[in-house]
Write a protein that binds this ligand. Sequence first.
Ligand code: C2E
Ligand code: CA
Ligand code: CA
Ligand code: CA
Length: 275
Amino acid sequence: AKSEGRGTYRFFEAKMGAQVRDRRLLEHDMRHAIARGEMHLVYQPQTDVTTGAVIGFEVLLRWQHPERGAVSPAVFIPIAEESGIILQIGEWVLREACREAASWANPLSVAVNVSAVQILAPHFIQIVHEVLFQTGLKPGRLEIEITETALIRDPPRAHSNLHQLKALGVRLAMDDFGTGYSSLSNLRSYPFDKIKIDGSFIKSVDTNAQTAAIVRSVLGLGRGLGLPVLAEGVETEGELGFLVAENCEAAQGYLLGRPARIGQFSEHTHGLRTP
Ligand code: C2E
Ligand code: CA
Ligand code: CA
Ligand code: CA
């Protein structure tokens, strides 16, 4: 049994070594991915639950690796964060998204995911300011999505930076609400404009009484704080029906539209300006 244990350990060690090497390879390839045109943005519509109208788009990063094919952001974003490459990639995402949104006939909002590393970087506010100025996008149309992980790392700096972003006129959404390091006090301490309920709470919200109770209470919280709530990961008519009945403000998910190249949504971005 003893030698068996040692064998298992060696196998584990070898596997770990392979994983570390694979990470390094991905990190190396990521450094050139933008310059080589391997990265692009997709957009997912966010809709008004009451009217069904598209109110904005969330921007999601895609990486088409020359040999590996599509690499999931769930895989490469954490590596980009640890290595610091997220600073360059994130700035590129922000600039591309703002440039794109500034060209739309309809003044819809554009929601950009920003990592903790970016939010806490000393020049982040200056970068946002510069990108808004260079692209001409009205600051109120830019929404920055932040998870609570970003806040716990350095609360004083997060506090200062979020308030500086607010001062620019940018809107702030708390992403993945209900997961990770969620704390209700964060909603009070930071200047958020929107709560995004994590998709894991929307799945089966119409058939699971406990999930329904949680979502109802988040909607009540939003109402009490005067913050609109967006439900993520809406996949079925039943889930949407629940959100309509419970007066949730906004929704996003495969049922309403899958993330796609912006050209797929030209009826919203190039339509006649709504009065
Ligand atoms: P997120 O910000 O929570 O984004 C929502 C994720 O849910 C996206 O996955 C989206 O494609 C997926 N999704 C949308 N609707 C549905 C649905 O109805 N059902 C299900 N099951 N999933 C749905 P994606 O694109 O793979 O991105 C994963 C995560 O990677 C994002 O989670 C975000 O944390 C991160 N990410 C993506 N793009 C960026 C970026 O430009 N910058 C940063 N910092 N992070 C990003
Ligand atoms: Ca997000
Ligand atoms: Ca989310
Ligand atoms: Ca997430």
